[in-house]
Design a binder for this molecule. Sequence first.
Ligand code: HEM
Length: 404
Amino acid sequence: MIDALHIPDFPMQRTCPFDPPQEYAKLRVEHPVSQVRAPTGQIAWLVTRYEDIRMLLNDPRVSADRRHPNMPLTEEVTPQTRRNIAEVGRSLIGLDRPEHGPRRKMLMAEFTVRRMAAMRPHIQHTADELIDAMLAGPREVDLLTALALPTPTRTLCELLGLSYDARDIIQRSANAQLRRSVSAEERQQTSAELRAYVDQVVREKTAAPTDEDLLGRLVLSNRETGLYDHELMVGLTMLLLVAGHETTASMIALGVTGLLQQPEKIPGIVADPAAAAAAVEELLRYFTVVDALPRVAVGDIEVGGVTIRADEGILLSFASANWDDEAFPDAATLDLARPARKHLAFGYGIHQCIGQNLAREELHIVFRTLFSRIPTLRLGADLDDLPFKKDSNIYGIDALPVTW
Ligand code: HEM
C-alpha cells in the first residue's frame, strides 16, 4: 500500500499534452483504488479502473451531495465559494436519489433529441458566420477565440434565451471557476459576478416567461411542479452555463488539434456523417476533458481490494477509465474509427451529462464545417509549444494558432 506519509497530491500532472497523467496507468494495475491529497488538504480515494468507476456510479452508497464536508474539491475555495458550490449542486448535480429524479426529469424535457435537432440550424449558422469572419481576415487566427469559445457561448445563449452581450461575463466566470491557479478570492468574485447577472435574468424570465427559450419554459413548467424556487433556478442556470460552455469549447480546440495529427483521415470525416460521429466519440474518449468527479461514500463499500468507509471522499478518474486497456484495447492510440461510444467522457449513471447530445451536435457540425470550408487548415505552431492548460479542472488549450 502507499505510505500514509507520502500520499500523492491530486490532481496529478500531465507530462505529454495528449496523455492523462502517467501515474494512472501504474495505479490501474497496482493500486486501482488509492489515497490522494486534494488541494484543500482533504484525503480522498482515487478510483482509476473503468469497471470500478461504473460500478460506483450505479451504487446508491455513493453520494454527489456537495454539502458534505468531506466532498473532495480539486481547487482551493473560500467558505463562501464552498457554499456557492453546494447551492449550485442542490439544483441538480449534487442531488442524490430520490430527489434527483424529478428535477432531472423536468430538465430532460429540454434536452430531447427533437429539441437538440432543432438547435442544428442555429449551430450551423453560428459556425458558418464565425468561419466567414476567419476567412475575411489574415490567414493566421487563434481558433480558440475565433471559433471554439464563441460556438458554445452563442449556442447556450440561444438555448437559454440570454443576450449574447453576456458572453464576457459567462466566459470569464466559467474560466475562473475551473482554474486552480486563480486565487480563491478571484474565483469567489467572478462567481458572484455571474450569480448577480443570472439572478437578474431569472427575475426577468419569471416576470414574463415565454415558451421560446429554455429558461422561460422551465419557469412555466415549474409553476405546475413547484420543484424550483428562485435560488434553485439561479443555481441551475449557473450550472448549465458553467457545465455547457468550457467543456465544449475545450473539446472543439483539442478535437481540431487531434484531427490535425491524422490529416489523411479528415476528408473521410468531412464526407461521411457516420465517420464524423465515430470520430467525435473517439475524440471525447481520448481527451476526456472532465477528469475527476467528486463523490462521498455514505456506507462502507468494497472496491478494487480496499474498503471505502462511510463519509470518506472519492475521486473518480474518467480520464483514467477512458484509457483503461481492459475497456478500450490499445487505449492510448487515437483511432478515429474505433467504436468508442461506451466511454465515460460524459460520466455515467444518474448524473450522466444532460447536455451530451447538444455537445455532440456542436462538435459534429464544427469539425465538418471547418475542414470542408478550410481543407488546408494546419497548426500555426509546433504541437509541443501550444499552451495546454495545466491548472484547469477542464482540460484544454489557452490559445490555438492555426493557418491555411
Ligand atoms: C463536451 C462537452 C461536455 C462534457 C465533456 C461534459 C461532461 C459532463 C460530465 C462528466 C458530467 C457528469 C458529472 C457528474 O457525474 O458529477 C456532466 C454532467 C452535466 N452536464 Fe455536461 N458535459 C459537456 C457538455 C454539456 C452541455 C453542452 C450542457 C448543457 C448545456 C451540460 C450540462 C450538464 C449538466 C446539467 C450536468 C449534470 C447532470 C445531472 O446531475 O443530472 N454539459 N457533464
